[in-house]
Ligand binder design. Structure first.
Ligand SMILES: Nc1nc2c(c(=O)[nH]1)N(C=O)[C@@H](CNc1ccc(C(=O)N[C@@H](CCC(=O)O)C(=O)O)cc1)CN2
Ligand SMILES: Nc1ncnc2c1ncn2[C@@H]1O[C@H](COP(=O)(O)OP(=O)(O)OP(=O)(O)O)[C@@H](O)[C@H]1O
Length: 223
């Protein structure tokens, strides 16, 4: 079902989110389900090709080439796989960080460096992340504001660079400071092409992205 070209029940979402938060919330959940199913439906070959195409696009971007401290994620639930680029950048000596669910602080992330001695464990969502024992060591982490670039997983995106995540608000909460502070990391969403929709509902807490990169294109919103 090509959401972008066919008339879709989500076309009018942007208006409804402003006037009717309850129905907008319902729409977000329905849209999440649809798009998660769609990205999971890609087969292994399509996924592998998409991962390589993604690496090519990202390696053409100054925000990637200039960065020395970048946050990535390990793919889950059909997310586009950034590991080919992680491998390339690590060979170049770039510092790579992964999101870790913070203990005690509700729905926020730490960014913990991926090193040769990093031990990965599965978190409560089934996603591998650096073990808490290591993550708790301050010298292994960087605060979000000190990262050059953060590559974010997403469930859906639109041409304006709006992002729909898994629904926990983890990235939105962790990056809320970017609204006030001067220096901020470049925020880039990564997705399969099939995760693009016409227009996403915008929530007040949504942090706008500087770019979305898919296996097909680099999308730079104008705001
Ligand atoms: N690869 C990856 N890592 C990531 C994220 C992500 O989206 N992708 N996150 C981005 O935020 C954080 C984890 N956030 C998540 C939020 C919800 C669910 C999830 O699957 N929820 C289930 C039900 C929850 C449950 O089992 O209790 C669901 O909605 O079906 C997964 C991850 C941190 N790490
Ligand atoms: N800065 C914030 N402060 C407090 N609550 C927030 C903030 N950002 C998001 N939330 C809460 O988190 C919940 C989930 O937000 P949303 O649906 O936008 O998540 P998401 O962006 O899809 O998920 P994620 O960022 O984890 O990938 C919302 O109910 C919202 O109230």
């Amino acid at each position: 079902m090509p959401l972008r070209s066919a008339p879709s029940p989500f076309r009018s979402l942007r208006d409804s989110s402003a006037s009717d938060p309850v129905s907008a919330d319902h729409d977000r959940r329905a849209l999440r389900r649809l798009l998660r199913r769609r990205r999971r439906a890609l087969d292994a070959r399509a996924r592998h090709q998409a991962a390589l195409a993604l690496r090519q696009h990202l390696l053409a971007m100054p925000e990637i080439l200039r960065a020395s401290h970048l946050a990535f994620y390990l793919p889950s639930d059909g997310e586009i796989d950034p590991r080919p680029l992680i491998a390339t950048l690590r060979r170049r000596g770039v510092h790579i960080y992964l999101p870790v669910l913070r203990p005690l602080v509700h729905n926020r992330l730490w960014f913990v460096e991926l090193r040769h001695d990093t031990r990965l464990v599965t978190n409560r969502f089934g996603i591998p992340e650096p073990a808490l024992r290591q993550s708790a060591q301050r010298h292994r982490r960087l605060p979000a504001w000190a990262l050059d670039t953060i590559l974010m997983p997403l469930v859906g995106f639109d041409q304006q660079g709006q992002r729909l995540g898994m629904g926990g608000g983890f990235y939105d909460r962790t990056l809320a400071f970017t609204r006030h502070r001067g220096a901020r990391p470049t925020l880039i969403g990564l997705a399969h092409d099939c995760q693009q929709v016409d227009a996403l509902p915008v929530a007040a807490w949504d942090v706008p992205l500087d770019a979305v990169v898919s296996d097909r294109a680099i999308i730079r919103p104008h705001h």
